[in-house]
Design a binder for this molecule. Sequence first.
Ligand SMILES: [Mg+2]
Length: 143
Amino acid sequence: MDVDAATLISSNTPNTMSKGTAAWKGKNILIVEDVISNFQLLVAYLSPLGANIIHEPSGLPAIETMKTRNDINLILMDLRLPDIHGLEVTKKIRESGCDVPIIAQTAFAMYADRKNCIDAGCDDYIAKPIRRSDFLDIITKYF
Ligand SMILES: [Mg+2]
């Protein structure tokens, strides 16, 4: 589903005009995340930069979205989803030939998890709780 990000964040959120802002403008970012507060945090980080956000709260619809849209620039993939595991979602997306960057987001910051993410086809990994500066540093690498 498409999300009007502006309705999800405070109207007085500062319009961050950092050096990298131009790189974000108009980018379509698919956020696969079932916990609404986690989703809203990412929206708060991203929408001041001008990114467009598409939200899927479970895995199977996310696979369908990636089959039907060719304008997604980046995917943020939660791992614990209500239907199937985020790494299974990632594998399905890769099996369809899609090479859009996928960043896994998980609560477990262990090396084995990172390896599992990369083996499944993710490009990178970020541990929750996600800090704004770490998040933007990682995402910017893929634009
Ligand atoms: Mg989850």
